[in-house]
Design a protein around this ligand. Structure first.
Ligand code: MEV
Length: 310
């Protein structure tokens, strides 16, 4: 029988700390119940990926081979299958990097080593996004809820957050941003270079919100809606949310909800996925239906990379 390995890794949302995390501030991330599956088998290197992703796949396989100390590249037949929308802030690229690294290591009979999988996936993410924090690949590797911090390029710390009964959240897809994650990170870098004090002030305020989320997770505080709202306003100050998305979020606030972007955002038109909380779900769903919005429920704290499809 032909050898084959199937691995899946989850997408993510960022409860708090996107962008600030690139500058060494903490972020709180959660793995979600949408996964990216990769199957690796024998055969010519071939993957069912869109043509513009072929170069990335080649880079990723070289990166994995380098870690396997393989001088001669091996061919793999790769089949991917994903439940995560691409380029919408739900961690699709990180889940791809994690699942592919894990599947190829496993195919080569290497021990299941999360640290190694995460390290290789980070290298692949760097190729895609330039200067990522590494938060997305880390949550996809380890799963659950994580408090994550990039202290330096080589030293990153994270801690698993134990939490129960997180209130249900919904996600609304505001649409795929025109900009890539790398471009959005670059945009904030320009703001930081132009006005470092102003940017640092916003990052510090975001850190306070992240601490508020920690208190919420440990049940010391109960104002989830306020935390989401405050975080969103700070992201707007960083200039990563489009006018169209700001308008949508203000409308959600008007009907008693709160919402924030999750991930890099986007300014030209769409800003990717937004996380929505509303104490009255029926009201939110009626609103979304009325506006023809793409809304879906999400489960948080799901398992990290694992063998098997989903
Ligand atoms: C992207 O999902 C999150 C950002 O903070 C970038 C990063 O952490 O690398 C915008």
């Amino acid at each position: 029988m032909q050898k084959q390995v199937k691995v899946s890794a989850p997408g993510k949302i960022i409860l708090s700390g996107e962008h600030a995390v690139v500058y060494g501030y903490p972020a709180i991330l959660a793995a979600i119940d949408r996964r990216f599956s990769v199957e690796v088998g024998e055969g010519e290197t071939l993957a069912n990926l869109p043509p513009d992703n072929k170069e990335l796949l080649e880079f990723a396989l070289n990166e994995i081979n380098r870690n396997l100390n393989k001088r001669k590249p091996t061919d793999y037949r790769i089949i991917i299958d994903s439940q995560i929308p691409i380029g919408c802030g739900m961690g699709s690229s990180a889940a791809f990097a994690v699942a592919l690294s894990a599947a190829v290591l496993r195919y080569n009979d290497k021990p299941w080593n999360l640290e190694k999988i995460n390290k290789i996936a980070y290298g692949i993410e760097r190729k895609q996004h330039g200067n990522p924090s590494g938060g997305d690949n880390t949550i996809s590797t380890y799963g659950g809820f994580l408090l994550y911090r990039k202290e330096t390029e080589t030293f990153k710390v994270f801690s698993s957050l134990k939490t129960q009964n997180f209130p249900s959240l919904f996600l609304i897809n505001s649409g795929k941003p025109v900009e890539t994650t790398g471009e959005m990170v670059d945009r904030v870098r320009k703001l930081y270079l132009k006005s470092p004090l102003k940017a640092d002030k916003v990052f510090k305020e975001i850190e306070q919100v992240a601490r508020g989320f920690l208190k919420f997770l440990s049940k010391e505080e109960s104002k989830l809606g306020e935390l989401i709202k405050t975080n969103e306003k700070l992201l707007e100050k960083l200039g990563v949310v489009s006018e169209k998305t700001v308008n949508l979020i203000r409308k959600i606030e008007k009907i008693g909800g709160s919402a924030k972007i999750s991930g890099a955002g986007g300014v030209k038109e769409n800003s990717g996925i937004i996380i929505v909380y509303h104490p009255d779900w029926e009201k939110l769903i009626a609103f979304a239906k009325n506006k023809n919005l793409d809304i879906f429920g999400v489960k948080l704290g799901e398992e990290g990379v694992k063998i098997g499809k989903s």
